[in-house]
Design a protein. Structure first.
Length: 337
């Protein structure tokens, strides 16, 4: 069985080919056009997807060593995401699958991030056992998910306002560090003191998150410090980055510890773009030692938006013959099905 995966939910055009659950290729074209705007411009993103999707799919098939006629199905991101970007992937998939006479498999983007842990590069690669707890953190989502099966995911807690990745990006922008802020903050934090500055941590009951108050605290603190020293950010950017990262990771891990305590499940995974952050990865390793967790941390290439996670989800849905009709539209907002 050969599955083609297609991902186009934001600003990365990606295609992957899997032979059953073994990844053969994973090709991604990123879009540099957004850097000068300090964020993703939806119209520019969708135009770039139109330019990239055919060569990206062609490259994925070539690297996998197969032809399009050998494909068994096409899995694609149906949502959530930017509507214009999604429409490019959805429209391409419909035409491509119909021309080959093969089924389409629609994938929830968030489900795909969790399922990235089931991508195998060789048969002996290990995967988490069901059930497990997954902390899903990205630029647009922050959730704690109880994963009972590939198609049975229960959201235990989620952000009530901004996502962790969004908070990092916006604080980076306030500091004038550029976009995307995540990798920049991560790099600077490695050289700073995480306890140099204190920022407000919200007290939200249960397992839900909130990061809007942290952003406000960060902004107001900077304004105060800049009044005394106009070059404060330049003089202290490493410590600022480290303290910001420490605060966000602390918020995430407190909630995750509570989720593990409430469920009794000690198999714990992390997924999404923010899972590439070294501070968060180190916190996971520390918690594994301190609390006896068995942890699952994805390869860096599977943390950001990629088609391999869409393809592996499509593989499991194919086994259940869970196909998508051609009249299904893209959707911009939803959690899990």
């Amino acid at each position: 069985m050969y599955i083609l995966g297609i991902e186009s939910s934001c600003d990365d055009t990606s295609a992957a080919v899997l032979n059953d659950n073994i990844l053969l290729s994973n090709v991604t074209a990123s879009q540099d056009v957004h850097f000068e705007y300090g964020g993703v411009v939806p119209e520019l993103a969708s135009r770039a997807h139109q330019q990239n999707i055919v060569p990206v799919v062609s490259a994925a098939l070539k690297r996998a060593g197969i032809t399009k006629e050998q494909l068994s199905a096409v899995a694609f991101t149906r949502g959530p995401g930017l509507m214009g970007s999604l429409l490019v992937g959805v429209s391409f998939t419909k035409g491509f699958a119909r021309s080959l006479g093969i089924p389409m498999i629609d994938v929830n983007h968030l489900q795909g991030h969790v399922m990235a842990h089931f991508i195998k590069e060789k048969p002996e690669d290990t995967t988490p056992p069901f059930p497990f707890i997954c902390l899903l953190v990205s630029g647009g989502n922050s959730q704690i998910v109880k994963v009972n099966a590939y198609n049975d995911m229960e959201v235990l807690g989620q952000t009530i306002d901004d996502a962790a990745g969004e908070a990092i990006d916006k604080c980076s922008k306030v500091m004038g560090l550029g976009y995307p802020g995540g990798p920049i903050i991560d790099r600077l934090a490695r050289q700073g003191n995480p306890l140099a500055y204190k920022f407000a941590e919200p007290h939200i009951p249960g397992l839900d998150f909130s990061f809007s108050g942290l952003k406000t605290s960060f902004l107001y603190s900077l304004r105060k410090w800049i009044q005394d020293d106009p070059d404060f950010i330049e003089h202290h950017k490493n410590d600022l980055a480290a303290s910001l990262e420490h605060t966000i990771v602390d918020i995430l891990m407190k909630k995750l510890r509570l989720a593990v305590k409430q469920t009794g499940i000690k198999h714990v995974a992390v997924a999404g773009g923010v899972s590439a952050n070294n501070g968060l990865r180190n916190a996971f390793r520390d918690h594994a030692k301190r609390y006896g967790w068995t942890i699952y941390i994805p390869k860096f290439s599977y943390t950001t938006d990629n088609a391999a996670m869409i393809g592996i989800t499509g593989y499991y849905k194919f086994l259940d013959k869970d196909f998508c009709s051609i009249d299904k539209p893209a959707f911009s907002k939803v959690t899990f099905k």
